[in-house]
Design a protein around this ligand. Structure first.
Ligand SMILES: [Zn+2]
Length: 472
């Protein structure tokens, strides 16, 4: 196809004449007066001479959209340059056409500009266009696209965002209404190539628009991060908008500047969503005299229930702005936990009679051993074997202590103290009241120990005694 501008140039001779004629109409009086002066060649003849002179000049006015943008002496170079621009645009868009009205008209008397300067002017003034499409909002063209389907895809994608957002959040949802608040139209019309946008850019632009600044008053419990999240911006953006404000020192009632997106379009949607919600179980405590005070035993394990909640959501551009519960259906009832609470009060004062603190055989007696005094009685037992209090009393130590490893020390309130060393696990804590025979720890090999055993000590008035003399 012959580009439009070539057709324009083809009719040049005629247009040149037109411009010349117009120039002549505007200026002939002045020239005729000049020529008509006595001693000068008679007027009619002079006009003829002028016309002849005009034919000899090779200067061309370059006229873009009825504006003379310059004069050139090298018509060929300008035509060649136009061809170059045209090829360049057609390489990208086959149907590209120059959209300006371009004319070359014979000129004279106006100084010509350099060809390079003329080319720069043309590059700036001329535009190529294609048969494309626009998105118009409230009858104003906002974005230009290469074709109708791109423009339509952008609108469809923006609408789709609501569905995507819901699909991310809910297993079951049903969009009952989806409308664009603005009057949005997709229109097929010629557009300038320079104004074209791709689909992703268009979407961002329509949904973000120009950002606008609003004020935010800090209310109780609000943090910097929470304010940013509630406004749909990053904490760093909030910080940037509020230089000098310390994020950790927000005051209730303080005013913050918040720059929020100001979308060009608002997709309003209503959707019915169904989600399951956990119903936490309750715990019932039952007093039990067979357990010591402070002891607890779970009889029935609690189980959370499940509610199925259907709500009606209102969304704008995929963000939930309203929610109303429609129905709640109990799918699973929670199971109440039942926990026994001990009431038995431990006897604090010991009886002076000791039971064997663990089941096992004596591996090392009380007395001199390897030239050193062994203050305890070692009872060999496998790891995890129960250790019980030899008599009732109060736990005065429960923890790690040097060579003992994990140990428990019980004061029986009658001058006697017992110690239980090398434990693998401690089951009572300092201050606990224990009864004779009550489980307090488990056999192990912690501290200075070779193999699992219980190192058991008995002290009276702070002096170690041979434990074997107290065990029955
Ligand atoms: Zn020992």
């Amino acid at each position: 196809m012959n580009p439009l501008w070539k057709q324009q140039l083809a009719g040049l001779a005629e247009k040149g004449k037109h411009y010349l004629d117009r120039w002549w109409l505007q200026n002939k009086d002045k020239y005729q007066r000049l020529l008509a002066k006595p001693g000068v060649v008679p007027g009619v003849l002079s006009v003829l001479c002028l016309s002849a002179a005009l034919q000899l000049t090779d200067q061309w006015q370059v006229v873009v959209d009825d504006e003379v943008v310059g004069v050139t002496e090298d018509r060929q170079a300008i035509v060649g340059y136009l061809q170059e621009l045209d090829d360049c645009n057609r390489k990208e868009y086959e149907s590209a056409e120059m959209i300006n009205d371009l004319k070359l008209a014979r000129s004279f008397g106006i100084p010509a500009v350099k060809t390079e300067d003329m080319q720069l002017v043309l590059q700036d003034k001329l535009e190529w266009g294609i048969p494309g499409a626009v998105i118009a909002i409230d009858n104003r063209d906002v974005l230009a696209f290469k074709d109708l389907s791109s423009a339509q895809a952008v609108v469809a994608n923006i609408k789709q965002k609501t569905t995507e957002r819901l699909a991310n959040l809910y297993k079951t949802f049903n969009v009952t209404a989806l409308n664009i608040r603005e009057n949005l139209q997709v229109i097929e019309k010629p557009v300038a190539i320079a104004s074209l946008v791709d689909e992703a850019t268009a979407e961002t632009f329509l949904l973000s628009g120009q950002r606008k600044e609003v004020r935010h008053i800090v209310s109780r419990g609000e943090t910097f991060t929470r304010i940013a999240a509630s406004r749909g911006i990053r904490p760093s953006e909030l910080a940037e908008a509020n230089p000098g404000v310390k994020a950790t020192q927000l005051q209730i009632g303080q005013e913050l500047a918040v720059t929020v997106p100001d979308p060009l379009i608002h997709v309003e949607a209503t959707a019915e969503v169904t989600e399951t919600k956990t119903v936490p179980f309750e715990t019932e405590y039952v007093k039990d005299s067979s357990l010591y005070k402070g002891e607890k035993k779970t009889v029935t394990k609690g189980q959370n229930g499940i509610d199925e909640v259907t709500s009606v959501l209102t969304l704008v551009n995929g963000q939930t702005v309203g929610s109303e519960v429609k129905t709640t259906t109990r799918v699973k009832e929670p199971v109440t936990a039942v926990v026994k609470q001990g009431t038995k009060v431990a006897v604090v004062t010991g009886s002076g009679r000791f039971v064997w603190p663990t089941q096992g055989s004596i591996t090392s007696p009380y007395g001199m051993r390897w030239g050193k005094m062994h203050y305890g009685l070692d009872i060999g037992a496998s790891r995890g074997t129960a250790i019980v209090a030899a008599d009732s009393g109060v736990v005065v130590y429960s923890g790690r202590r040097g060579n003992y490893g994990y140990m428990v020390e019980i004061n029986h309130g009658n001058g006697y103290v017992t110690r239980y060393g090398h434990c693998s696990q401690l089951l009572v804590s300092k201050g606990a009241k224990v009864s004779r025979g009550q489980l307090i720890a488990k056999v192990g090999s912690t501290g200075y120990s070779f193999g699992n055993h219980l190192h058991f000590e008995v002290l009276y008035q702070g002096v170690n005694k041979n434990p074997i003399n107290f065990l029955r």
